[in-house]
Design a protein around this ligand. Sequence first.
Ligand code: C2E
Ligand code: MG
Ligand code: MG
Ligand code: MG
Length: 274
Amino acid sequence: KAKGAGRKRFHIYEAAYKYDHVENFIHELALSQAIEKEELYVQYQLIYHPVKQAVIGAEALLRWHCGSRGIVQPNSFIPVAEETGLIVDIGYWVIRQACKDWHLLKEVYGAEFKLSVNISRVQLNEVDFVVQLLNIMEEEEVAPQSIELEITESTTVHSMQEVQQTLHQLRAYGFTIALDDFGTGYSSLSMLTLLPIDKLKIDRSFIADGNAPLIAAMLAMANALKLQVIAEGIETYEQYVMLKEMACWGIQGYYINKPTDLHLLPKQVELGAE
Ligand code: C2E
Ligand code: MG
Ligand code: MG
Ligand code: MG
C-alpha cells in the first residue's frame, strides 16, 4: 500500500515537473522574440536629492508587454532571461534605450543628471561586455559619466576577481558603480572594501522596517568609506523627512514617483505633507 502511494506521488511530481518545463519553454520562446516584436519598454523612477530638493537622476526599470500574458514584471522574467542568457541582448537593448532617453531627460533635469541601469551578473561575465557597452554609448552619443551601473551583491559572490577587474575598467572609463539592494545579500560588509564602488543603495526593506538607528549607522559607515547613499522605497512623508534629516544623498520611492513612462515624468517634484 505504501509503495502504491509512493508511486502515485511520483507520477504527480513527474507531471508537474514536465508541465513546468513546457511552461518555461513557452516563456523563453516568447521572451526570445520580445525585442524584435517590440514588447519591451523602460519606465523611469526619479532619484531625488532631499537637501538640494532637486532631481539628480533616474533608474531605468525594464517592462515586458507580452502578447499573450499582458504586462510581466521583471522579478518573474529577469531570472528566466538570466538562466537562458537572453539577458545579454535584452541588457544591451535597455542600455541603448536608456541612452536615447538620456538626451531628453537632460533637457528637463540638467546635464548633471545621471541615468542608472541595472546590470545582471550574467552581463558582467560576458568577456566583451565593456567593449559592447562603450560601442553603444558612442553610437548613442552619451558619455559614461552620465551613466550609473547598478549591480547587486549576489552578482559578486561568484568569480569575485573577474567582477573586480571589470568594475575597475568600467570606473576607469568614467561609469559610476552602485551596489543595489544593499544589506540583503550574502556578503554585505566585506564587499564594501573589496569592490570598486561609488554608491550604496539601501534596500527598501530597511526603510519599510523604519529602523532609524540602523539606517543612521549605514549612512555613517558609508560616509566613512566615502560612498554616497541612495535610500530605496521611500513611500511616506515621514520616511522622506527622516532621510532628509539624516542628510541622505539621494532618495527614491513611490513617495517621489512610481516608475513612469518617459513622457509622463513630472518636470518638477514638490514634496510636502500629504
Ligand atoms: P531594483 O533595481 O532594486 O529596483 C527597484 C524596485 O523597487 C523596482 O521594482 C521598483 O519599481 C520598486 N520600487 C521603487 N520604489 C518603491 C516603493 O516605494 N515601494 C515599493 N514597494 N517598491 C518600490 P521593479 O521595477 O519591479 O524591478 C524589480 C527588479 O528587477 C529591480 O530591482 C532589478 O533588480 C530588476 N530589474 C529591473 N529592470 C532591470 C533591467 O533592465 N536589467 C536587469 N538586469 N534587472 C532589472
Ligand atoms: Mg536597481
Ligand atoms: Mg534595489
Ligand atoms: Mg531589487
